[in-house]
Design a protein around this ligand. Structure first.
Ligand code: NDP
Length: 321
């Protein structure tokens, strides 16, 4: 596993990190969750990404992780980078959502309890909150670092302009923004429109989520929707819906699949390599439903360079109407 420096910080992250959004909730099989985490760590994936609301139900992914951490990972705490987040709706009433200091501080205390940790390595504000002053939200992140409850802080889904503003406030407070977690895949390239430039210029790391567009950028939906797929699961909470799979998208997936095969990869691997080709990206966040997908995805590292011709062909497919 190659490790890449996170922006201009001292922290190195694995080229692939594992997210626990799906498949780690109370409704999921804990033996499968354990097998995924063990295989990931044994393969050099030293970074696990959580959030207060991962499940379902919300909070249960942190509980599952806490159980497995206690049994299997406690002695490896110093070999792990564990992150969590708050920013989406988590509990009833006015204090369990958005970006207030009240929410961010209370939520991290709850997350630490669920995971059985003294501190997290990275704490994120999960999404921008236009109604809370940025000084308050960033002030909460700064406070949490000073309290020793997080070593580093990050932001997720902030636009390029919002990111510049957040960086400025955090710099003023003396707690640098370590990393940004944006959505980024071949099908969603908004970060190329300014955000990656800001992160590169400011020396902030970048860890894209949903790089496979929740599984669409693989060969699994080429002949319909398999019963054991995320699209068939219909679990709400931002999960992939069957209607995300349009004939136009599948046509592009077919064409991309051919390029992947010509590179000696499958489409999932090419989609991950395509993200990692940019050296402003520190790590790519994978989500998996079974251990075999961990190994399959890591094998993207066998070919992370693209010829100019391959990039052009991919671009033409992505931009075709
Ligand atoms: P992906 O886009 O990579 O989708 C993961 C899904 O793709 C898997 O569940 C699986 O689907 C399928 N898959 C994965 N690997 C393979 C493979 N090698 N071959 C075939 N299919 C594969 O990522 P996620 O959407 O899961 O996001 C990853 C992580 O990013 C999350 O766990 C979370 O930590 C983070 N995230 C952060 C957000 C934020 O707001 N900051 C929002 C969303 C995610 P199947 O179940 O069908 O097998």
């Amino acid at each position: 596993m190659p490790y890449r420096r996170c922006g201009k910080s001292g922290l190195m992250l694995p080229a692939l990190s594992l997210g626990l959004w799906h498949n780690f909730g109370a409704i999921d099989n804990i033996a499968n969750a354990r097998a995924i985490l063990q295989l990931a760590f044994d393969s050099g994936i030293t970074h696990f990404d959580l959030a207060n609301n991962y499940g379902p139900p919300a909070g249960s992914a942190e509980e599952t992780f806490g159980k497995i951490f206690k049994d299997d990972f406690k002695k490896y705490r110093d070999e792990l980078v564990i992150s969590t987040k708050a920013g989406w709706g988590m509990w009833d009433g006015p204090y369990g959502d958005h970006g207030s200091k009240k929410y961010l501080v209370a939520s991290l205390d709850q997350s630490l309890k669920r995971m059985g940790l003294d501190y997290v390595d990275i704490y994120y504000h999960h999404r921008p909150d236009p109604n809370t002053p940025l000084e308050e939200t960033m002030g909460a992140l700064d406070l949490i670092v000073r309290q020793g409850k997080a070593l580093y802080v990050g932001i997720s889904s902030y636009s390029a302009t919002e990111t510049e503003a957040a960086i400025k406030v955090l710099n003023g407070l003396g707690t640098k923004c370590l990393i940004h977690q944006p959505r980024y895949s071949m099908f969603d390239r908004w970060v190329e429109n300014g955000l990656l430039d800001v992160l590169g210029r400011e020396g902030i790391g970048c860890i894209p989520f949903s790089p496979l567009e929740q599984g669409l950028l693989t060969n699994k939906y080429l002949n319909g929707i398999p019963a054991d797929s995320r699209a068939a699961a219909h679990r709400g909470n931002g999960a992939m819906e069957e209607n995300a799979i349009t004939p136009e998208k599948i046509e592009k997936v077919k064409q991309l699949n051919e390029i992947a095969i010509s590179r000696g990869q499958n489409l999932a691997q090419m989609a991950l390599s395509w993200i990692l080709k940019d050296d402003r990206v520190t790590s790519v966040l994978i989500g998996v439903s079974k251990p075999a997908q961990v190994t399959d995805s890591i094998n993207c590292l066998n070919n992370t360079s693209f010829t100019a011709e391959e990039l052009l062909r991919i671009r033409n497919i992505l931009e075709s109407k």
